[in-house]
Ligand binder design. Structure first.
Ligand code: SAM
Length: 288
């Protein structure tokens, strides 16, 4: 029997390879939806066949979304509209955010049914820090635009997550090595499928590995955050202190430089007082 769903928009994540990853809740929502907005009806038909249901499908993709969206928004007032992409989580490098935006603006129910996402799955495979990450989707394919996009995020202190295709993989890894330095990275391929693998190494080693043998299948690149900056030298600390002392009393100058360079405030205060003594030996300490 078809489950009865409240009218609204249901964002349904679907498998990125292994059909066993479709959640029971995703399956229930797809079975009960009045209409399923799909990227490619042949792909979603296969998924619906797998769970043994037939639902009306409506194509919703980059080329028709603006034209189709108002009709879908109107239907959400009285029908359950499910949104899926060909694989993974809708809206993540896939269409859908404007549909959600407009559904919310119209006051419709918006529900998400979370599940597989290649970016998150790859992060769990690569063995690189996961506490802060930046998802970049696909970088531009043209060399200059790609270098610019890489330069823009070179100083970001986070693990980077990118989608890429096999034929462009080596060039992309090379451009990342050039723009970011030779960081540790991982190439996760065909996640949840028969030939799933995650190869790790430096960006330049990975670029060399794939240069002559572009891999088949779907790919996520994970890049480690930049290394810790080396601690400031005594010379750098003195220069920063001398500059700060032209504007601030010793205790404040020490505090400012300690914060900026990650050094000990008490030691810096002692140095600042010694500096002041050298300039004017009669000055008394201000106390921390
Ligand atoms: N919305 C999807 C998600 O949640 O991951 C991503 C859609 S994006 C158009 C497709 C890209 O995701 C592929 O080109 C590939 O970079 C990555 N991808 C999707 N499935 C994958 C898989 N099984 N293994 C590795 N990467 C995958």
């Amino acid at each position: 029997m078809k489950p009865v769903l409240a009218p609204g928009l249901y964002i349904v994540a679907t498998p990125i390879g292994n059909l066993g990853d479709l959640s029971p809740r995703a399956s229930e929502i797809l079975s009960g939806a009045d209409v399923v907005a799909v990227e490619d009806s042949r792909v979603t038909a296969g998924l619906l066949r797998h769970i043994g249901v037939k639902r009306p499908m409506l194509p919703y993709h980059d080329h028709n979304a603006d034209a189709v969206r108002p009709g879908l928004i109107a239907r959400m007032a009285r029908e359950a509209v499910a949104l899926v992409s060909d694989a993974g989580t809708p809206l993540i490098s896939d269409p859908g955010y404007k549909l959600v935006r407009d559904a919310r603006a119209a006051g419709h129910l918006v529900v998400t049914i979370p599940g597989p996402c290649a970016a998150i799955a790859a992060l769990t495979l690569a063995g690189l820090p996961t506490d802060r990450f930046l998802f970049l989707g696909f970088l531009p394919s043209k060399q200059h635009a790609r270098a610019e996009a890489i330069a823009e995020i070179a100083s970001v202190r986070a693990t980077l997550v990118l989608y890429e295709s096999g034929p462009r993989l080596a060039a992309c890894l090379g451009a990342l090595a050039e723009g970011l330095g030779d960081r540790e990275a991982g190439v996760a391929r065909e996640i949840t499928k028969k030939f799933e693998e995650c190869v790790t190494g430096t960006l330049s080693a990975l670029a060399a590995r794939y240069a002559d043998a572009p891999p088949r299948g779907e790919i996520v690149i994970i890049v480690a955050p930049p290394g810790e900056a080396p601690p400031a030298s005594a010379e750098e600390a003195d220069m920063a202190l001398a500059e700060a002392l032209t504007r601030l009393p010793a205790s404040k100058a020490a505090g400012e430089v300690a914060k900026r360079l990650g050094l000990d405030r008490r030691e810096l205060y002692a140095r600042a007082m010694a500096m002041k003594d050298r300039i004017s030996p009669s000055l008394e300490g201000e106390g921390l």
